[in-house]
Each structure stands twice: as structure tokens, then as C-alpha cells.
Write a protein that binds this ligand. Sequence first.
Ligand code: BTN
Length: 258
Amino acid sequence: VIAHEAGFPESNLYLFPQIDSTNQWLLDQIKTGLNNPVVCMAEYQSSGRGRRGRTWVSPFGVNLYFSLSYLFKGGISSLSGLSLAVGVVVSEVLESYGYMDIKLKWPNDLFWQDKKLSGVLIEVAGDLTEHCWVVVGIGLNINMGACTASSDINQPWSDLNMLSNHFGVDQPTRNELLSQLISALFVLLENFEKNKFGSYRERWMKRDYFDSLKVEAYEGGKKITGSARGVDSHGHLLIESKGVIKSFGGSDVSLRGG
Ligand code: BTN
């Protein structure tokens, strides 16, 4: 219904009790032919995946795991910065409920108090030059604390329950939250196609996790140390090192506080 309201009258929402990965399911559907934007959501993922080949721990029934597919007419080069814009929109939806101080860690992690709250994984398929299918996958921790699986996560994590307690927010249901996220993301995808990352840059910068901090970036095994200077209008990371600002856009760049 929400996707319909957002202007996609023929889009469908698929809800699975369990699946390997909602991103993978959509990529498979794209291979067999997909005409409309589709949303896929699961209560449990047996092979939920994160960026850089990592696993996304996906216990049953407590969090949100979902993906959207969308056909970009501009091809892969028009997608630069899309994952950052997705982070902006997810943060803004959460802020609309009173969840504040959410930070965006380049390229697309959502953090709260230095603990990961949500991750975004964008994958592409099809003819990447002109028509490019994009799968935007989002994992949002809501009640991770209730699960023993939380001990399998090898980095500090937060969940919406923690934020609800902290901010005294009446927590929305997962249904409510999912519908808001889906409609905001479809609006983003349409807008991004026209206006690119430029229209999201300022909104990303004010949530920059590393804002001016010392960082270490690794690109192709090479280490670069400097001060984080946000991102440029393509969503590329900017690091100032010895008075020179360099930009990093590659998918092989990893970043951490220095
Ligand atoms: C990351 O932070 O590394 C990205 C995590 C993305 C996880 C989501 S959960 C829904 C979708 N399906 C997947 O297999 N991964 C994404």
C-alpha cells in the first residue's frame, strides 16, 4: 500500500518468514525478469550479508531485514553516493520519531553512541551501462538485545530499544517503521535519479561520524592517515593529509578512527 501511495501502483511487497538473504532473493528475481519495483522483507535470514563479504546476523522476528529493487535508467555511473543518501533517509525517518544523534559512518553505516544501529548493502544487476537494477538492502536492529544471537556480532551494536529508553520514545511497531522507511526510500530513489547525491550532501555532512577526526583509510592495502573532511558531491570520502585533501571512492576503501 505504501509503495502504491508513493507512486508505484504495480509494486509488490513479499514477506518471508525465512530466507537466505532478501538482497539475494531480489537479485535472483531480477535475473528471471522483474518489471516493477519490489520490496522483499524477511523475519529471519540464514545468510544475511553485509558489506565486504561479512555476515549480517539476522535472528528471527526482532529486527528489520528488507530490500528494495529499483531500475535506474542512468546506469551504474549514476549511482555514486546512493548508499550515503540511503543512510541520510533512514536517519531522518528515525529522527522523525524522536531518535536523535544518529551518526553516519562512511560509506553507509548508522551509528548511535559509537555502536552500530543499522547497515546498508547496495548491489547491482543487469546491463550496468544503461539500465541498471539496484537492490538496496537494509538491516535495522530493533530488539537485538532480546536474542542470544547478539553475542555473535563482532562489533559494538545498538538497537532501537536502547534509543527508545534513552529518549523516552514510544517505540513504533515494526510494521509502522517499515512502511515509513519504504515510502521514504522510494521517494529517495526517484529523487536521486534526477538530482544525484548533491541534494543529500549537506544532510549527510551534519551527521558525519568522523567529522574532522583523525582517521586511517586503507585502499588496496595502502594506509593513508589524515583528518576526515566529510564527502564531496559524489559521496567520495575526503581526507586531509599533509595539507592536501584527497578523495576516496573505491569499494575497496576501509576506514577507521585513527
Ligand atoms: C553492512 O553494514 O555491512 C550492510 C548490512 C546490510 C544487511 C541487510 S539485511 C537485509 C539485506 N539482505 C542482506 O542479506 N543484507 C541486507
